[in-house]
Write a protein that binds this ligand. Structure first.
Ligand code: ASP
Length: 439
């Protein structure tokens, strides 16, 4: 059995953290392929190496002296190397980086060096082979990730290695230059490597013990989520819950490989399993709650709207013309409501209103701002009666006015609109009714 293990920046921020990571890897012989991030923050005031590299690159661009900040980065690595008693010098690597930056290597090259160097340190510490991501992870001419080419090269390369370290976050373009994924992209590399080696599981080690049912800033000590499906995760992350990079799901999902989110600082915790499908019901009917503030509802009224073919299209054209994407469109018999992001909409509201009048000739349009949307997600809802009823009675008890309800046809989620001011209380009320009272 093969497990791919990816470690996030906080898991690799210092020699002490590296030692924890080493212990975790050696505790299970199946953990054969390792994907490291760059060193993250050691404390709240510290900087991530990736951010330091971006700052360094700004100096390169401004044609200012970048040697001092680059040496600060070298210090971070040397502190780790010395703390681990490794016989490793990054002197030559830093010379090469300096030269390359001077001769026009781009911002992605600069940012990627955090993972590249950490991969070298990690490989030395573990005694594993270092495989540069630039040689096995590819982007096409348009800068899109080339999944097929990568999978072929990476499978072939790793088949030759019993153990290897592949740095996260970057790959190479057809001309050989370095390109990174978006921020947090080491998660994606871990997923790509898992697919290439047909891993039994992709362990993603971070600094929390998996996903929580609700945001801990709103709910005190929320219960963890043991198992979540990819689709549930998508619904929750869309609503703002974040632990894993969104694009990290696709490669493993395609191959049916589960992801296990684990905590480097509490390796005994089971963490969260992200799976394609499961016959296990979650303990609480709902799997998770997430939400976002800052929406506007655009309520459009027109008598006999239900009989007018093309009305919805005309309304949405008004948004499209103004380059505004919509979030939800609950509709009634003679009303249609379009939910949009407030910051995106505010400057264009009058243009949108007049466009709707011109295109769809409604009777009236009414705007309401400062709204929040809350998604209650759970595969268990399909098999349970009365979920919506329970949500609404909990909200009524908490004196919260529900402005909108939208149940996806998959019965995987119910989306509720409340005013921004009621957001936190609404989440508490829903959490309590499902989790604290265990209904
Ligand atoms: N080091 C990169 C970042 O900070 C990528 C990662 O950590 O996943 O975004």
């Amino acid at each position: 059995m093969i497990k791919v293990v990816k470690f996030g920046g906080s898991s690799l921020a210092s020699a002490e953290q590296f030692a924890k990571v080493g212990k975790i890897i050696h505790a299970d012989k199946d953990r054969r392929y390792v994907v490291p991030s760059a060193p993250g923050k050691r404390n709240a005031k510290d900087s991530k190496v990736t951010d330091m590299l971006y700052a360094c690159y700004e100096l390169v661009e401004a044609e200012e002296d970048f040697r001092v900040p680059l040496m600060k980065i070298k210090d971070r690595y040397d502190t780790i190397i010395n703390g681990l008693n490794l016989k490793l010098s990054l002197e030559e690597e830093f010379k090469k980086i300096t030269e390359n930056l001077k001769s026009g290597a781009g911002v992605d090259y600069a940012a990627s060096r955090g993972e590249y160097l950490n991969g070298i340190v990690m490989a030395c510490y573990l005694g594993y082979t270092f495989v540069d991501a630039a040689e096995v992870i590819f982007f096409d001419e348009n800068g899109n990730f080339d999944a097929d080419k990568t999978n072929r090269a990476l499978s072939a390369r790793l088949a030759k290695e019993e153990h290897a370290v592949v740095p996260g976050f970057y790959g190479s373009m057809p001309d050989g230059s370095i390109k990174t994924f978006s921020r947090g992209g080491s998660d994606i590399t871990g997923s790509i490597v898992s697919r290439a080696v047909h891993a039994a599981c992709y362990e993603n080690w971070t600094d929390v013990s998996g996903f929580l049912i609700a945001d801990p800033r709103i709910i005190k000590n929320p219960k963890p989520i043991k198992t979540i499906t990819y689709r549930e995760l998508r619904e929750l992350s869309y609503m703002g819950a974040s632990v894993l990079h969104e694009d990290a799901v696709f490669p493993v999902r395609k191959a049916g490989i589960p992801i296990n989110i684990r905590n480097t600082n509490a390796p005994e915790d089971e963490g969260t399993w992200i799976v394609e499908s499961t016959c296990q019901q979650s303990k609480y009917t709902i799997t998770g709650i997430a939400g976002k503030k800052g929406f506007v509802s655009v309520n459009i009224d027109k008598d006999m709207m239900n009989a007018e073919v093309g009305f919805g299209r005309k309304v949405l054209t008004a948004f499209e013309e103004n380059e505004i994407s919509f979030e939800h469109i609950p509709s009634g018999i003679d009303t249609m409501t379009v939910f949009v992001h407030q910051p995106e909409f505010e400057g264009k509201e009058q243009a949108v209103i007049s466009a709707i009048h011109r295109l769809a000739e409604p009777d009236s349009i009414d705007l309401e701002g400062d709204l929040a949307l809350i998604a209650v997600v759970g595969r268990g809802m399909r098999a349970t009666r009365g979920t919506a009823g329970r949500i609404f009675s909990a909200l009524a008890h908490a004196n919260i006015n529900v402005k909108m309800i939208d149940q996806g046809s998959s019965e995987l989620n119910i989306i509720i609109g409340v005013s921004n001011a009621d957001f936190e209380n609404a989440i508490r009320a829903i959490y309590d009714i499902f989790v604290e009272t265990q209904l």
